[in-house]
Design a protein around this ligand. Sequence first.
Ligand code: PEP
Ligand code: MN
Length: 360
Amino acid sequence: MIVVMRPGASREQIEAVARRLEELGFKTHPIYGQEKTVIGAIGNKKALSSEAIINLPGVEKIVPILKPYKLVSRELKDTPTIVRVGGVPIGGRNVVLMAGPCAVESEEQLLTTARSVKEAGAQILRGGAFKPRTSPYSFQGLEAEGLKMLARVREEVGLPVVTEVMDTRDVELVAGYADMLQIGARNMQNFRLLKEAGATGKPILLKRGLAATVEEWLMAAEYILDSGNSNVVLCERGIRTFENATRFTLDLSAVAVVKENSHLPVIVDPSHGTGSWRLVPPLARAAVACGADGLLIEVHPDPVRALCDGPQSLHPENFDLLVGELVAVAQAVGRTIGFNGRSQQDIEGFAGEKTGSGPV
Ligand code: PEP
Ligand code: MN
């Protein structure tokens, strides 16, 4: 439930209400607004407590939260949350570009990719050191060595890094290197992992499970917020449907649904969503048009030789072309995109040129 305090309620009154709620067994989450403060009270003892709370000084009313997710819901907080990753704000007017290889393969591969995606306007470098592969015989990632490469390349190029953590046993290790922890689709409902990753306080990129409903995805985010960490960015990456023309079905309607129901930022991964680099540009444009707060795009300097997800990885030149197109789409929906918000000049420069899906 939400305890709405009267305008002008004092700090002492707010704290007294929060203390009483805690005595009654609730977890409390005060949100200090411009005019009013509300206290989110999460627990199962509604009937017992409204009586005990409604008459306390400064309390205006008590409103139940109807959705099963509470802390992530717009019912509790209707202003968008901005998550900062190494100084890059996600969830504001600028659409954030995260790009890089599926997997860290070598320092040279990572450095080359990082330089080129930064040049094109990316603000965050992605790269997996621990890879969740369908086959145990496929490349599993460079693990700790890969993390060290990510950290060195971050220093060299100046981009914060996001990388996946797959197991609770690695949370401390990965958090020691990454600016943002990625929870992959296959682990979206690994609840111990959600809690432990959340407890690091690092920003979390929570990918949608490949067979998860939006509600299940938001409930997974709820675990992280419940662990005391509200720095969560959701990532739509495609779900399993009967359609097999694409690797997954990119559910862009989920972006709009999440925006309606949650204050958390939501980004889109058209690389895994489609499985094909040719389809990445059109779906990336659509994602920006429908309100995504960012994009996660796989880029590889030599996609044909990539150890993981080559067929869906853009060549750096195509990534650069794509960003040019996205500038115009972002502008059409009242937003900027990428590093320093690539400018009007870009739009003019790219007008009429071949699209990012052209061959390189
Ligand atoms: C990835 O980002 O490389 C990845 C494995 O993504 P997902 O968990 O969405 O499959
Ligand atoms: Mn991948």
